[in-house]
Write a protein that binds this ligand. Structure first.
Ligand code: GDP
Ligand code: ZN
Length: 347
């Protein structure tokens, strides 16, 4: 395994320097188990455990992370550090008692996947784009099932109108349309994730990209004599022609993330309007001098797009309130009160 094809570059090498002096080796997290990690390294695949110091706190590794490890010679290694992340998908779940959880890191490209069938939904694309921007990676919209749609060009155009500055491509697994375009985003060393609702065709797309290699991956796993690990596929999957796809359960179950900056980047039109409102705390409802209302009235801003932005913004605000430690206990009380009132009104 050469490090470059796993995503290693000059910037990671630089942040690794102090660890190199300590005699450690770079490795990238491919699979996360409860108590250990499968990592890719120049020595091939290793099973890595955290050092005592790392177990007792600090940054915990996530799939996609670059680590400084000490190989112990028997296909195992000890993790001593996590290198600074270039990008990260972070879940700050509502009511979470724990720290924000990193679901995936060092992702370069986020494919926002939506089907061109009955599932087609501009508002959902906006939502996933927001999350994509927030991670720091580059979003690309993929409209799958192009073979089931008679108005592919119109749809692409509609998405381009809401996905400002984001490439949009139609793809089809059965016909192979657009698959090479998707591949072109994944030269050796580039890492992608696929975001999108269940059933839009993410697995199908990954299979098309991986080709027969996925089978090879499975065979390696099944012939693995250790027998302790039941994983049948890597969460960080190397593609035959270079590039990697990161596919963790966390990414799949994605619901809500804090996405302040993502929202600004996904809705630059609305964000620039809000800066023209007379009052900095304008709620864009009945305030005088509201530039957003004016744009809506003039037909320059689509009502549905505005509602979508406002809904996401409210969700974020709600989430942030819940994340605040004090608000968290208030929310707990509120839930209890709510539960009590439910009991009272039920028959
Ligand atoms: P995921 O939940 O996003 O991983 O979706 P899957 O990859 O499991 O696909 C869901 C269903 O859509 C499956 O029955 C696929 O065969 C079908 N599907 C996926 N991509 C395409 C496509 O490009 N065209 C057509 N016609 N069906 C597709
Ligand atoms: Zn306003």
């Amino acid at each position: 395994m050469d490090l470059e094809s796993l995503g290693w570059d000059a910037a990671f090498a630089e942040s690794f320097q102090p660890h190199e002096q300590d005699g450690l080796a770079p490795a990238r997290v491919a699979v996360e188990h409860r108590s250990e990690y499968v990592v890719y390294s120049q020595q091939g695949e290793l099973r890595a455990e955290l050092s005592g110091r790392m177990r007792s706190g600090g940054l915990q590794p996530a799939v996609g992370d670059w680590l400084a490890v000490a190989p112990t010679g028997d296909g195992r290694a000890i993790v001593h550090a996590v290198l600074p992340r270039r990008t990260a998908f972070i879940r700050k779940a509502a009511f979470a008692e724990t720290k924000p959880q990193v679901l995936a890191s060092n992702v370069d490209v986020v494919f926002v996947v939506c089907g061109l069938d009955a599932n087609f939904n501009l508002r959902r694309i906006e939502r996933y784009l927001t999350l994509g921007w927030e991670s720091g990676a580059q979003p690309v919209v993929l409209l799958t099932k192009a073979d089931l749609c008679d108005e592919v060009e119109d749809r692409v155009w509609e998405v381009e109108a809401i996905a400002i500055g984001v490439p949009v491509h139609a793809v089809s697994a059965p016909t192979g349309e657009g698959i090479d375009t998707v591949r072109s985003y994944l030269p050796p060393g580039r890492t992608a994730v696929l975001l999108g609702s269940s059933g839009v065709g993410k697995s199908t797309l990954v299979n098309a990209l991986v080709g027969e290699n996925l089978l090879a991956t499975r065979e390696v796993r099944e012939s693995d004599g250790r027998g302790r690990h039941t994983t049948t596929h890597r969460q960080l999957v190397p593609l035959p022609n270079g590039g990697l796809v990161l596919d963790t359960p966390g990414i799949r179950e994605l619901q809500l993330w804090s996405a302040d900056e993502g929202l600004e980047t996904a809705f630059p039109d609305i964000e620039s309007l809000t800066s023209e409102c007379r009052f900095t705390d304008c709620a864009h409802s009945r305030e005088p001098g509201c530039a957003v209302r004016a744009a809506l009235a003039a037909g320059e801003l689509d009502v549905e797009r505005f509602e979508s932005w406002r809904k996401l913004q409210r969700e974020l605000e709600r989430l942030e309130r819940k994340q605040d430690a004090r608000a968290r206990s208030d929310a707990r009380k509120e839930r209890r009160r709510f539960a009590r009132s439910m009991r009272k009104t039920s028959y």
